[in-house]
Write a protein that binds this ligand. Structure first.
Ligand SMILES: Cc1ncc(COP(=O)(O)O)c(C=O)c1O
Length: 455
């Protein structure tokens, strides 16, 4: 165990307390709505905390064989009455008879779901051994692997579902994260569905949202009801995918609970949600050290030991500007507005003059709203665009200062890379207690980790 001052930079620090707060919200949804909730490992695979998550959720979903194996090995309930082994993993229904409609209790072996657009034969064999639910993206894939999954399905060890494409887009201008965007390969369109669900298929699945609230889910489900009603009648369960920002403070949690209940009652379906982000939303930070300060024409540019390209790739892919602790403002737009380079559309009648450059000091520097210093936070890689963002801070940080980025647990550790031979950040767990030495170094990566992935 370590104290904060002893931590290395860069480090991802995952806060157990915040994780538990998120999980409490999800547990409430699960219990009050009577649905099952899975951890989408693609967003957060810090398996050191899987046994904690397993106390709150029903299982995991995987994007392929590796995540499915990780869950089989690590997502175990410490208080499980039956010792975990791959052999007994998903013999759920034998001595665990549940009352019809009641929520299974969390002492049972966790469920292990997997969806991948296409599986290899060799993987399918193993997936059938370790998974409780398999999702197929096409009828061709379903049939190609039938000889492997069908015996397990008939024995009651496995459930099989089809991913459908609701053809209802709720994310304009965000095609990279929109499985309903034109040309999408994800999910079977209504026109390609057979008349009835194929033999052995008991579930339906859709995933269309990304960081969204309840309304887009309701709209999407209405579209599913319109197009896929007969399949909803035939199926035993439906998985509503991820992208639900359930643990964001403005999410309508009660609305979600009512909506899930409505689906269950109207269609007599078991309902699954498989959020990733919501589980570890705002539950992690990334600390980084200032290594140099370069004077550029517009503002000081700081070189950090963290990199957008290597340690927070979504900053460049999404793209977005991550929150920075103590920043007064952030973002290119805020900066341009303040400099008078961009005129913000007035939102109210008495806000007709943009709040920029209204007063200047004698030296020509903006005052008022412009107190503080703009800095560009960048990395020590060779990529010119490896810039995390523009931030206005109370003062320009100095070499050796530590900066803290927020919301760094999700889509960070799972996506990072060693481009330029950059070291991967340490992974640290901040335990939920008051002691100074509450920081556990879970993993430190070194040169060998870099070398191992190359040849
Ligand atoms: C099929 C599927 N399920 C769940 C998720 C998790 O989504 P999120 O992390 O946005 O909740 C994703 C994310 O891409 C996904 O593709």
């Amino acid at each position: 165990m370590m104290r904060y001052e002893e931590l290395n930079t860069p480090s991802y620090i995952v806060q157990e307390r915040k994780l538990k707060e998120n999980l409490e919200i999800l547990r409430r949804v699960r219990e009050e709505a009577g649905c099952k909730i899975l951890l989408a490992q693609k967003a957060f695979s810090m398996y050191r905390v899987y046994s904690l998550i397993a106390e709150y959720l029903d299982g995991t979903t995987a994007s392929g064989i590796f995540e499915a194996k990780l869950a089989a090995e690590e997502f175990v309930r410490e208080k499980a009455p039956v010792a975990f082994s791959v052999e007994n993993a998903f013999r759920r229904n034998e001595n665990e008879a549940e009352e019809e409609g009641s929520l299974p209790d969390l002492r049972k072996t966790p469920e292990n779901h997997v969806f991948e657009p296409a599986y290899k034969n060799t993987e399918m064999r193993e997936l059938c051994e370790i998974c409780s639910h398999l999702y197929f993206n096409s009828l061709a894939q379903l049939e190609a692997h039938r000889s492997l999954w069908e015996p397990r399905q008939k024995a009651g060890d496995l459930e099989v579902a089809l991913r459908i494409n609701p053809e209802y887009s709720t994310q304009e201008g965000h095609a990279i994260y929109d499985p309903c965007a034109p040309g999408s390969r994800l999910g079977i369109r209504r026109s390609q569905m057979p008349e009835k669900l194929p033999e052995g298929v008991t579930g339906l699945h859709f995933h269309t949202l990304c960081e969204q609230g309840l309304e887009p889910l309701i709209e999407t489900f209405r579209s599913v009801e319109l197009r896929f009603a007969s399949y909803l009648q035939e199926a035993r369960f439906i998985n509503l995918g991820g992208g639900h920002h359930i643990t964001r403070p403005d999410y309508d949690v009660d609305g979600l609970i009512s909506f899930v209940k409505e689906i269950k009652e109207k269609w007599q379906l078991e309902v699954y949600l498989e959020p990733g982000e919501a589980i570890a939303l705002n539950a992690g930070t990334l600390i980084t050290k200032v290594l140099d300060v370069i004077d550029t024409e517009d503002m000081p540019t700081l070189i950090l030991d963290a990199s957008a390209a290597c340690h927070m790739p979504d900053v460049l892919e999404m793209p977005y500007t991550p929150p920075l602790f103590l920043a007064m403002k952030s973002g290119q737009e805020a900066y341009e507005e303040e400099q008078g380079q961009r005129v913000r559309k007035p939102e109210t009648a008495d806000e007709m003059v943009p709040a920029v450059c209204t007063a200047k000091t004698e030296a020509g520097k903006p005052t008022g709203a412009s107190k503080g210093a703009w800095v560009r936070l960048a990395s020590r890689t060779c990529l010119a665009g490896d810039v995390i963002g523009l931030y206005k801070l109370p003062a320009v940080p100095k070499v050796g200062d530590i900066l803290t980025f927020g919301d760094m647990a999700i889509y960070s550790m799972v996506k990072n890379n060693t481009f330029n031979g950059m070291a991967l950040p340490d992974i640290v767990l901040e335990h939920d207690r008051e002691a100074d030495d509450r920081f556990e170094l879970v993993k430190r990566f070194g040169y060998q980790d870099f070398k191992e992935r190359l040849s």
